[in-house]
Design a protein around this ligand. Structure first.
Ligand SMILES: [Zn+2]
Length: 128
């Protein structure tokens, strides 16, 4: 039985007693009024609690989403940092032209099948 049912039950009991004196009637009415006001306040508070819980759940969901976004961003930045290193260390080679002394970079996997390189400065063909 909830608080409101108990108050209603008490109301019925007091009516059944059919108080004779005016003072008694006033006291009973006052008690019921006070109990009713308490029940109203409790309802109001549980409503506020529900609202706050909903708000907290929204906030926590938002934080989780934010954390996911941060992780994804960090992952993206991590990938970006790796690319230049790969290019410098793995896929480019440097060569000095024996004809003009110009130093240039080339991709070993992109060179001709016979391994010949052409100097971009003077056009001299370097044979490996
Ligand atoms: Zn050259």
């Amino acid at each position: 039985m909830g608080a409101r049912e108990k108050i209603a039950f008490l109301n019925g009991l007091l009516e059944g007693l059919s108080p004779k004196g005016e003072a008694e009637k006033k006291i009973y009415a006052g008690i019921l009024e006070a109990l009713g006001a308490l029940a109203d306040e409790i309802d109001e508070h549980s409503e506020i609690l529900d609202e706050q819980q909903e708000f907290m759940e929204d906030l926590s969901e938002y934080c989780e989403q934010l954390e996911e976004d941060m992780d994804r961003l960090e992952g993206d930045f991590g990938d970006l940092e790796e690319y230049p290193e790969d290019d410098q260390d793995g896929t480019f080679d440097s060569r000095e032209c024996p004809e003009c002394g110009h130093v240039f970079f080339f991709r070993p996997e992109a060179s001709e099948e016979d391994g010949a390189l052409q100097c971009p400065e003077c056009g001299f063909v370097i044979q490996d």
